[in-house]
Design a protein around this ligand. Structure first.
Ligand SMILES: *[C@@H]1O[C@H](CO)[C@@H](O)[C@H](O)[C@H]1NC(C)=O
Ligand SMILES: *[C@@H]1O[C@H](CO)[C@@H](O)[C@H](O)[C@H]1NC(C)=O
Ligand SMILES: *[C@@H]1O[C@H](CO)[C@@H](O)[C@H](O)[C@H]1NC(C)=O
Ligand SMILES: *[C@@H]1O[C@H](CO)[C@@H](O)[C@H](O)[C@H]1NC(C)=O
Length: 402
């Protein structure tokens, strides 16, 4: 108990010194997102992670206030998860990347943008009725590829038939294993399209509802909502071609690097993260349009993307991603991500390694931290970890005098 009073005292000082934080308290966070933990120990563990994320978010917003960022962050449903845990459960694809290997056998076509087309300065397919107004929630399951591919397909189906039919992500997840998709462990859009094409359709969501876990394939031809006749790859790295495709074809499924906390806690503004990767593309979602933000002399192009992380995430479930900015975070299928271990925060490991039963005072905390630091891998870059870990680590190194 002493331990947590101590942590909280430090935290309060940090926040008070920071800024006018509009931060949400632990109790209101639990209420708002209906959080339940198995026991008090688990809750304390979650609370420390939460406070750490809140501190990170507040710091970013403080910097955004100073004009250092073009977007702000906010506490959302994921604030009680560590970075590593989030990536594992929501984003990260399996290491095997079977889908990428299998996809080499797919019949690929490369997008040839029409010539002599006049491309509008902005387009938003949500305003044209091609996108479900509902924001979907994949839950703790890396089925993002299924939501991204069906989202783009719903748009194509609408543009062809005038009917917006909600399609089944669960159908894709359950039935496309042999194309290399791996249920809740990730997959690709190409594998999903190839499955729907070969299967001659995908069921409607109403007939085959989402369960956030992989099950038996229960495809039923009676309930097919849409079919795929083919799919094309847009030439990689060419944002002009992507803009033409978005303007003339409709919503487009893409993969981006979504592995950073700034993405996970994105609130609003144009997401512009210079360190975003162009090769480690781990998160599929779909683009529904593009536009330009103009504020005085400041101009910033952006894509409008729809995510599958619920409506508490981002701009009511959407994100504005920087556009014509050297292909930042990339936006291209196909993809073969493998996150760098350096991107992971080691907080999880820290918490696991520390023998919390022995921690009864600041002195014993320091002793346990020292042991924990020795046990933790040396190849982890501490700078990439959260401020709490840094602080604890430095405390351990400096005998608590830090
Ligand atoms: C397929 O769906 C139809 C219509 O919902 C239903 O009547 C039929 O029983 C289903 N078939 C199977 C095998 O579940
Ligand atoms: C990008 O695509 C546009 C439209 O098809 C094309 O005119 C242009 O040459 C392409 N740029 C590169 C670098 O391939
Ligand atoms: C971007 O990466 C560089 C090199 O790894 C690092 O020094 C820098 O702090 C990073 N910037 C941000 C905003 O994360
Ligand atoms: C426009 O820029 C000004 C000055 O940088 C800033 O205070 C304001 O918040 C910006 N407005 C929007 C809508 O971003």
């Amino acid at each position: 108990m002493h331990l947590f009073h101590y942590f909280l005292a430090v935290l309060i000082i940090v926040q008070a010194a920071g800024q006018q934080s509009q931060s949400i308290s632990w109790n209101s966070f639990k209420r708002r997102y209906d959080k339940q933990y198995i026991d008090a120990k688990e809750e304390q563990h979650r609370r420390i992670i939460f406070e750490d994320n809140v501190a990170k978010i507040n710091r970013h917003n403080y910097e955004a206030n100073l004009g250092l960022h073009t977007y702000t962050l906010k506490v959302n449903n994921f604030a009680d998860m560590t970075h590593e845990e989030f990536l594992r459960k929501m984003v990260r694809r399996s290491k095997t990347n079977i889908a990428t290997k299998v996809s080499k056998t797919f019949h690929r076509h490369t997008y040839l943008p029409p010539s002599n087309v006049v491309i509008p300065d902005a387009i938003d397919w949500t305003e044209k009725g091609a996108v479900l107004s509902l924001i979907e929630t994949q839950g703790q399951c890396a089925s993002n590829y299924a939501f991204a591919s069906k989202g783009a397909l719903e748009g194509q189906h609408f543009l062809k038939t005038g009917k917006l039919v909600r399609l089944s992500a669960q159908n894709i997840m359950d039935c496309s294993d042999k194309y290399g998709n791996e249920g809740c462990n990730g997959g690709t859009m190409e594998a999903s399209y190839q499955y729907i094409k070969d299967n001659k359709g995908v069921d409607t969501e109403v007939s085959y509802p989402y369960e956030a876990m992989e099950g038996e394939c229960r495809f039923n031809r009676t309930n097919v909502g849409a079919t795929v006749t083919g799919f094309v790859d847009i030439p990689s790295g060419n944002e002009t071609a992507l803009q033409i495709a978005l303007a003339t074809v409709g919503p487009i499924a893409v993969s981006v690097d979504a592995s950073h906390s700034s993405f996970i806690f994105y609130s609003e503004g144009v997401y512009n993260y210079p360190n975003c990767s162009k090769t480690e593309l781990d998160h599929p979602f779909f683009l529904v349009g593009y536009d330009t933000l103009i504020n005085g002399t400041f101009k910033q192009d952006y894509y409008i993307a729809k995510n599958s992380w619920g409506d508490s995430w981002g701009l009511n479930g959407y994100i504005w991603m920087s556009r014509n900015n050297n292909n930042q975070c990339d936006h291209w299928p196909p993809n073969s991500p493998d996150l760098s271990p350096l991107d992971y925060c080691i907080w999880d490991e820290f918490v696991k390694v520390i023998n919390w039963n022995k921690v009864t005072s600041k002195t014993t905390l320091i002793q346990e931290l020292k042991k924990a630091v020795k046990k933790i891998r040396k190849d982890v870059v501490f700078e990439s970890c959260n401020s709490w870990t840094n602080r604890l680590y430095r405390m351990a190194q400096h005998d608590g005098d830090y």
